[in-house]
Design a protein. Structure first.
Length: 239
């Protein structure tokens, strides 16, 4: 949301504040469908997302702009690498290179030109540093962030996690972007975040793989049910 073009598109076209779990469902279905689904499943969800993006246009922005697609994908990649290494330990240079190149698929699957994604990790590092230090966070972005940080339309069972969500989200922001949103940070909050990640590092890798895959499996199953209903609407309606 720190990118003004992304913020404007979300502000004008998304109902995430009223339906946050539905928006999460769309995002997770796309990510898991592309990365872990079959080729046909990945193509189907990619076409659906690309179709939605084509309708997201307005003054000075359109969702299929490669610059916006690269930025959104860059935030996913950077956060994933940061958290993975904090929890599982460092990746080798070869593993980092492989992960970096594979992450391009999340952008190219919805139409981003392959040559728009940085050619290598060094190029990405320069792009990332320049972008996070030059983006001007808009008022629209700050309004969106306020709704994300304190969602109201979520199940009661999830509400106790809201303070942790705010802590982790704000704590992982690059400092220039965090300042642009107007969030404060302190050594005390950093210690709490570090303690949470250290606990996660001890607990999470020791969980059974089936349990760790629960979220992925849930969204993949949901995607497959929706694709089946689309292919066989009469049968789905009868059920």
């Amino acid at each position: 949301m720190a990118h003004p073009g992304v913020a404007a598109g979300v502000y004008d076209h998304s109902d995430f504040a009223e339906r946050p779990l539905d928006r999460l469902r769309t995002t997770m279905s796309y990510i898991f469908g592309v990365l872990f689904g079959t080729v046909d499943e990945g193509r189907a969800i990619s076409r659906a997302v690309a179709g939605m993006h084509r309708r997201v246009t307005g003054p000075g922005y359109h969702a299929d702009d490669p610059d916006l697609q690269v930025w959104v994908n860059a935030t996913l990649y950077d956060t994933a690498i940061l958290l993975y290494q904090r929890i599982f330990g460092p990746l080798s240079p070869a593993e980092l290179d492989e992960c970096f190149h594979q992450y391009a698929v999340l952008a190219t699957s919805i139409g981003c030109p392959e040559d728009a994604w940085p050619a290598d990790r060094a190029t990405f590092g320069a792009y990332w540093q320049h972008t996070v230090t030059t983006l001007q966070v808009s008022d629209q972005a700050r309004e969106i962030a306020a709704a994300l940080m304190r969602p109201t339309n979520i199940p009661a069972v999830l509400r106790p996690a809201k303070p942790l969500n705010r802590l982790v989200t704000i704590g992982l922001l690059p400092e220039p972007i965090r300042a642009g949103f107007g969030y404060t940070w302190s050594p005390g909050r950093q210690r709490i975040l570090d303690a949470f990640l250290a606990t996660t590092k001890v607990v999470y890798p020791r969980l059974p793989l089936r349990l760790r895959d629960t979220v992925k499996d849930y969204y993949l199953d949901d995607l497959r049910r929706r694709l089946a209903r689309r292919r066989n609407p009469r049968t789905a309606g009868g059920r």
